[in-house]
Design a protein around this ligand. Structure first.
Ligand code: FMN
Length: 210
């Protein structure tokens, strides 16, 4: 645990990446696996994650992200794209996956399936989108943790124009909408923010012990 907390102190929201340092294929696949293993409500994972390293696409995304340099300097950009709405077919596909993975009959999952449908399909579309987007933040947390463990730098980011991202990445036609992003790579020596002290609430101010 000590090491884990040391890693969390080591990490910071990297502003400038060294564009010459790229994440190895092995480490990238570990980061993706950590995202894949994220918890999500009902296990539905109502999102897809784009992993972008194409330089031209990164340039376009940077322009749609207040020109933040992380977009082009980082090794990869993870774009968490949530379902714009929850469709019955997504739940059916998930149920098939559960049945196949666990070797059980689809009919035995009827109640579970109805519970998910009842909780999600009945919501107004805007609320469905809020709910699916929330799930992506958990996956983002898994990514940040895994990156810190591997001593890979990352910057979680909301400072971008989501509608422009959706257009650049052709997400609308896939039923997806950009929710949050993270850039990953290796910090530049010139990034002065790496020396800034961490600012956090004290435990007394954060936790309410009952
Ligand atoms: C959801 C989210 C969105 C963020 N958006 C940006 C961003 O657009 N640009 C940026 O440089 N940092 C962004 N940050 C980084 C935060 O400013 C940073 O995490 C916070 O100040 C705490 O500092 P630390 O992560 O370095 O410990 C974001 C962080 C989160 C969690």
């Amino acid at each position: 645990m000590k090491t884990h907390l040391e890693n969390l102190n080591w990490r910071y929201a990297t502003k400038r990446f060294d564009e010459n340092k790229k994440i190895s294929a092995e480490d990238l696949s570990a980061l993706k696996e950590a995202v894949r293993l994220s918890a999500s409500s009902y296990g539905l994972q109502p999102y897809q994650v784009l992993v972008i390293e194409d330089e031209e696409t990164k340039e376009k995304l940077r322009a749609a992200a207040n020109n933040q340099p992380q977009l082009t300097e980082a090794s990869q950009v993870f774009v968490f794209a949530s379902y714009a709405e929850v469709k019955e077919e997504y739940i059916e596909t998930y149920m098939k996956n559960v049945a196949e993975t666990r070797g059980i009959e689809l009919s035995d999952l009827q109640q579970y399936s109805e519970a998910i449908k009842g909780a999600s399909l009945t919501l107004p579309k805007e609320k469905q989108a809020v709910w699916t987007a929330k799930q992506t933040y958990i996956a983002l947390g898994f990514l940040l943790n895994a990156a810190a463990t591997l001593k890979i730098d990352a910057c979680p980011m909301e400072g971008f124009n989501a509608a422009e991202f959706d257009k650049i990445l052709g997400l609308e036609e896939k039923g997806l909408a950009t929710s949050v992003i993270a850039t990953v790579g290796y910090r530049s020596e010139e990034d002065v923010t790496q020396n800034f002290k961490k600012v956090r609430k004290s435990s007394d101010n954060l936790f309410i012990n009952i």
